[in-house]
Design a binder for this molecule. Structure first.
Ligand code: MTE
Length: 319
């Protein structure tokens, strides 16, 4: 979020790959996945095939905010996704380098039924909702995103976590040949994140598969990313390939890199400043550079739903 991109990325690394290649790979993967088990016997529906395809059978979520969404153009062109470059406009420019088919997610650790899910089974096995959520970045800008997704807890429950499962750890795909950003040690790759079990099971926590009614653009974390609306954006890990139940608090990318600046909890909190800047207000992307900043609400405005998770905790110490 702070480290500048070295200037030595050769131009050849940012040449977009032809879209038809991705589509051909998907068709091969879909043929292979045809024999895969439907999750929990859920009826399979037609799954969207690539970034930017309409997601069928979407229903609106009552948990949405009524704030007007940020434009699709801003949401998909102003991104943090260091695997695709460290400048805000890099992830869109390099998006085609991330291939999202075939794609599998391993679920393991402290659970009775570890396993692997193909992305087609995930897309078709869980009813998809549109949920309009705020995303507040630690750098003091924010957006309102019409996400498409489903509760993380619905997926986790199917793997039967044991009583030892106190946390959930997430990992992004690691493939330095494919992802230009992973060829430099700007972070300790792969990108990792984690939640406490109760945070992971909270109904506001979703796995997102799309936005604006279509499957996720690569730069927003295709094909599957986390969204935790009351936490700073760095918790919302993109392009997930592994989910592990753990007994101990797992290491996470930004808090391992800079523990004094980025904590494990990362709850949006105007009362706790980042060591180098205030967290009291934010710029809403789309308002324009000179617009008045908006006051930031504790837990990003979701306090009624989530404050009880942190009862008795000192959130200045456990930031
Ligand atoms: N996930 C991965 N794998 N790599 C990243 O660099 N950046 C995080 C988060 N997830 C990041 C990531 C940060 S800092 C933010 S603010 C959000 O993604 C941004 O999500 P968006 O680009 O969809 O707005």
């Amino acid at each position: 979020m702070l480290i500048k991109r070295p200037s030595d990325i050769p131009a050849s690394e940012i040449t977009p790959k032809a879209v038809y290649l991705r589509r051909r790979e998907f068709l091969q993967a879909a043929a292979l996945a045809g024999v895969g088990a439907a999750i929990g016997g859920a009826a399979l529906r037609a799954a969207p095939v690539a970034a930017g395809e309409a997601i069928p059978d979407l229903r609106p979520s009552p948990l949405s905010t009524d704030a007007p969404p940020t434009s699709r153009d801003d949401i998909t062109s102003y991104n943090n996704f260091y695997e695709l470059g460290t400048e805000k406009y890099d992830p869109k420019a390099n998006a085609e380098q991330l291939r999202t088919r075939p794609w599998q997610v391993v679920v393991d650790g402290e659970c009775e039924a570890p396993g692997t899910l193909g992305i087609e089974d995930i897309l078709s096995g869980f009813p998809q909702e549109e949920r309009i959520y705020r995303l507040r970045c630690v750098e003091a800008w924010a957006m309102v995103v019409p996400w498409v997704g489903f509760p993380l807890g619905d997926l986790l429950a199917r793997f039967k976590p044991t009583s030892q499962a106190k946390y959930v750890a997430f990992e992004t795909i690691y493939d330095p040949e494919m992802l230009p950003g992973q060829r430099r040690r700007v972070l300790d790759w792969p990108y990792r994140e984690g939640l406490r079990m109760d945070e992971a099971m909270h109904p506001l926590t979703i796995l997102a598969t799309g936005l604006y009614g279509e499957s996720l653009p690569n730069q927003n974390g295709a094909p599957l990313r986390l969204v935790v609306p009351w936490k700073y954006g760095f918790k919302s890990i993109k392009s997930i390939v592994r989910i592990s139940f753990t007994e101990r608090q797992p290491p996470t990318a930004w808090s391992s890199m800079q523990p004094s600046e980025y904590g494990f909890y990362a709850n949006v909190n105007p009362e706790v400043d980042h060591p180098r800047w205030s967290q009291k207000s934010h710029r809403m992307i789309g308002d324009g550079l000179f617009a008045k900043k908006r006051p930031t609400l504790k837990f990003n405005g979701y306090g009624d739903q989530v404050a009880p998770l942190y009862a008795g905790m000192d959130l200045a110490r456990q930031y």
